[in-house]
Design a protein around this ligand. Structure first.
Ligand code: SF4
Ligand code: SF4
Length: 394
């Protein structure tokens, strides 16, 4: 039976509403239920999650907010096997069963191997992960089988050639990464098309980066369409691509949710002029975003020094977008993270465990040195003296 994908937008389970923005485990269940209701009322039906999201609480949150409150045939549920985080083949069966229990279902609609990298793929071969999942699909434990990856088109081709049983691919697509030489999302998308695999898109807003653009870029967009939000452009870029089955959107707030729903409810592909505007926006954003971190937080649990890597990078990127004297505010936020028990950027021992986890292949250790130089070593007293001197002159 053909699957009805609703209006081609899915609710992403990596960025659910939280009570404390610094604590991903503080999921705001009441807000999530309201979001789910609004989403369903507007004809959307796709929910994506994974074992590891929100400190392993995301699947259970959907169990409570979606599965317990809606008939099973009224929504589509997708989750992923955390092969990267597993230690042996023995864990496959118990983890799969645990996921069914957490989600309160007896089958998933879609099941993926999460974040397939060279290392993960080797484990999949050694442990027989694909064979295990083929069997689960035959048993009716899920309907379609996919892989999510942040890797090269050549690697995707290798996987699709060796495993034609894969039904679909989940990949990172957004207008900023489309021709980015280290991410190559256009080429990865084209490879999926070559093998006739539908694509589910993640990171279409690049972890919120494309909803929070420099003023110069926002001005360009608003001059063309004063009523559209900046995120609207990001989702329309992805939705305009043929072969994209569903675009996953993080909806941590009601504002995001309503904007996303409005974009996909009455979807219009981008026109030539809009594509040209986006090209200019990419130039502006690239010039102003020094660390292309998507805030996925995969690196953080691996750090023996508890360094709040994504938070420090977000502070750094904001610092470069804000006026120079805002460094004091950034330094205060930085200080409060250290007070909460995180290691400072300078505590990095260069073990590179974090870099092995990073789907964006960032040189985290190098970027941490920038954080040390521009935020950690910032001296508030010197800044105050500078401000006093400027006031006197004024
Ligand atoms: S390289 Fe540094 S930041 Fe990365 S895990 Fe090791 S100590 Fe933590
Ligand atoms: S540094 Fe990499 S792994 Fe860590 S949050 Fe950023 S993108 Fe994700």
């Amino acid at each position: 039976m053909a699957i009805d994908f609703g209006k081609r937008m899915g609710m992403g389970g990596l960025r659910l509403p939280v009570k404390d923005p610094m604590n991903p485990m503080s999921i705001d269940m009441e807000q999530l239920k309201k979001n789910v209701d609004y989403f369903m009322e507007h004809g959307f039906n796709y929910f994506d999650t994974a074992y590891i999201y929100h400190g392993e609480l995301s699947e259970g949150a959907y169990g409570e907010a979606v599965v317990d409150r809606y008939p099973r045939d009224s929504f589509l549920l997708s989750t992923k096997m955390p092969v990267k985080q597993m230690n042996s083949a023995d864990q496959m069966e118990p983890i799969f069963e645990e996921q069914l229990r957490r989600c309160h279902v007896d089958y998933f609609d879609f099941y993926l191997v999460h974040c397939v990298s060279r290392d993960t793929y080797e484990r999949c071969k050694k442990w027989g992960v694909f064979e295990f999942l083929k069997k689960k699909r035959e048993e009716g434990k899920f309907r379609e089988f996919g892989v999510s990856l942040h890797d090269s088109p050549e690697f995707l081709e290798e996987i699709l050639t060796e495993h034609p049983e894969i039904d679909f691919v989940m990949e990172q697509i957004n207008y900023l990464d489309w021709t980015n030489p280290s991410i190559r999302s256009k080429e990865v998308y084209e490879m999926a098309m070559k093998y006739n695999k539908p694509v589910v898109v993640m990171e279409s807003c690049k972890g919120g980066t494309l909803a929070n653009l420099p003023d110069e870029a926002v001005k360009l967009m608003k001059e063309y369409n004063p009523h559209a939000s900046v995120a609207f452009w990001a989702y329309r870029f992805v939705g305009s691509l043929p072969g994209v089955r569903v675009c996953l959107c993080g909806m941590p707030t009601e504002e995001f949710l309503k904007d996303d729903v409005a974009t996909f409810e009455d979807f219009k592909p981008l026109n030539d002029e809009e594509y040209r505007i986006l090209e200019k926006v990419v130039e502006i954003v690239n010039a102003k975003t020094p660390i292309p971190c998507t805030q996925c937080r995969y690196c953080e649990p691996k750090c023996p020094k508890k360094i709040a890597i994504p938070d420090y990078f977000a502070l750094y990127n904001d610092l470069k977008r804000l006026p120079v004297d805002e460094v004091m505010t950034q330094a205060m936020y930085y200080g409060s993270l250290i007070e909460q028990g995180h290691g400072p950027a300078s505590a990095c021992v260069n073990c590179k465990s974090c870099e092995k986890q990073c789907p964006q292949h960032l040189e985290i250790t190098e970027y941490l040195k920038w954080v040390v130089k521009d935020i950690e070593q910032y001296d508030p007293m010197a800044q105050i003296e500078k401000m006093k001197a400027a006031a006197k002159e004024g």
